[in-house]
Design a protein around this ligand. Structure first.
Ligand code: FES
Length: 106
């Protein structure tokens, strides 16, 4: 595995359907929990500097919506799925170890 593995939090910190922002080593990350799965994407909307973790999570579609202008992003690929955003946001690999949720920083 390439990159540095950093612990973000304990699993119980987030309920299913919740998102939370973490700032680690210069990366601004939106961590999202859906059921027992976690997703980590760049927290900065690719349209403007707004926090994706403050937007609504759509668990069934595995998407998060930017609260500012309504673009949705795939939690799996970071792809912008609706306008006005057109560029993807980064995706971070998740590592679950015991109760801890970790991400791999590139
Ligand atoms: S800032 Fe996110 S869609 Fe405009």
């Amino acid at each position: 595995m390439m990159g540095e593995v950093v612990t973000l939090c304990q699993r119980d910190k987030l309920a299913s359907g919740e998102a939370q922002r973490f700032d680690v080593a210069g990366h601004r990350i939106a961590l999202v929990r859906i059921g027992e799965d976690f997703y980590a994407i760049g927290d900065r909307c690719s349209h403007a500097n707004y926090s994706l973790s403050e937007g609504e999570v759509y668990p069934e579609d595995k998407e998060i919506e930017c609260w500012k202008h309504g673009s949705t992003f795939s939690l799996e690929t970071g792809e912008a799925l609706s306008l006005p955003a057109t560029k993807p946001v980064p995706v971070y690999e998740i590592v679950l170890e015991g109760d801890e949720v970790k991400v791999v920083l590139p």
